[in-house]
Design a binder for this molecule. Structure first.
Ligand code: KG4
Ligand code: ZN
Length: 336
């Protein structure tokens, strides 16, 4: 069995993981950066400096915890896009230097698509074809995987992302950052029909998403109410916002899976932690004979175990990156 040492540093979490080629996690360490909380969002320059400070220490700790020597590692994996360019470069430079000094293959992966492979850790028997809904702070995409390494993007957001909409709504409600988990918690027991919010691009043959109009509608609604009203109805408002964000994700994923004749939907990315999305999609898809998979909460957030998991099919297929490879901050999913 082979061992993959993986690095993730695309945003504000430094993570190092070791997986074997059967998708078993030997170690998955994540060092988050609470320093950004003071700024209400991630400060890119600070993020890269903290990655530089953390990565060496975290790598040594991961090897020690897994009781693995560097000489036992068979390949080095790292996410190279999309993300904050300075942050990506720290992970890539570190991964390259290890691959070069150990004379082991370097495997680069798309951070966004690697979220999908977190599902392989929970369900190693999972096999394509499947439809993957990738929903994170910056992305909202519907991707059809025909094999482990061949995919096609069938729908994506035309403007803002689902996670960004959760974050913006929470900010407007004075609930802090990141907004998704707080809104998810507040929405429990709230009435999702309390506020009627728009459902953009609802046409049956449209598989793209749009959240900018919804963001504006949420802002207009919140600004039209006083603080007492917002406080009194915060559960109902959170439930209504949550429903407006997840409803298009659920209905479009099921419709697309049915039209493709695909019987598996995987959810991935930070927003895959959302309880209404997980429950709503599973229940409604089951009625159509479609199975829904999602990772455990800890594997939904940015972590290097998913980077290693995405690298395993490439490792098996011998798809390696040259040491001249560069990171890039381009949004989206052009390459695995
Ligand atoms: O994938 P991720 O960790 O980072 C990016 O690559 O963007 O996703 C972060 C996003 C944030 O927008 C956060 O609010 C959202 O995931 N999120 C959630 C939940 N937990 C995290 N959104 C809705 N419900 C949640 N429970
Ligand atoms: Zn992510």
């Amino acid at each position: 069995m082979s061992l993959i040492l993986a690095f993730e540093s695309s945003c504000d979490d430094t993570s190092v993981a070791i997986l074997n080629s059967e998708y078993e996690v030997l170690v998955n360490l994540i060092s988050s950066q609470p320093q950004h909380l003071d700024f209400g969002g991630v400060l890119p320059e600070l993020a890269s400096r903290l990655h530089m400070k953390n990565i060496m220490h975290l790598c040594k700790l991961a090897l020690r915890k897994a009781n693995v020597g560097l000489g036992e590692i068979d390949a080095i994996a790292v996410s190279i896009n999309p993300g904050l360019i300075g942050s990506l470069i720290v992970g890539l430079a570190f991964a390259k230097s290890l691959a070069w000094s150990l004379q082991k293959p370097l495997i680069t992966v798309n951070h966004l698509l690697s979220h999908i492979f977190a599902n392989y850790i929970e369900y190693p028997e999972l096999k394509p074809p499947f439809l993957a809904l990738v929903v994170s702070g910056g992305h909202t995409e519907l991707v059809h995987f025909k094999t482990d390494t061949e995919f096609e993007v069938l729908g994506k957001t035309l403007d803002d992302a689902a996670g960004e909409t959760f974050d913006k709504a929470a900010k407007l409600m004075g609930l802090g950052f990141p907004g998704g988990p707080v809104i998810d918690r507040l929405a429990q027991g709230g009435d999702p029909n309390f506020v009627m919010l728009p459902n953009p691009l609802a046409q049956k043959d449209n598989f793209n998403f749009s959240y900018s109009g919804l963001k504006t509608a949420i802002r207009t609604y919140i600004q039209s109410k006083d603080d007492d009203f917002l406080k009194k109805h915060q559960h109902d408002i959170a439930a209504s916002i949550q429903r407006a964000i997840v409803e298009p994700l659920i209905s479009k994923s099921i419709r697309k899976a049915r039209s493709l004749g695909v019987s598996q939907i995987l959810i991935a990315g930070g927003v895959a932690a959302n309880s209404a999305l997980r429950q709503g999609l599973s229940t409604r898809a089951a009625k159509q004979g479609i199975m829904v998979f999602y990772p455990s909460l800890s594997l939904c957030m940015d972590n290097a175990a998913m980077v290693a998991a995405a690298a395993i099919p490439k490792f098996k297929a011998g798809i390696f990156a040259p040491l001249s490879v560069n990171a890039n901050s381009i949004k989206g999913t052009r390459l695995l």
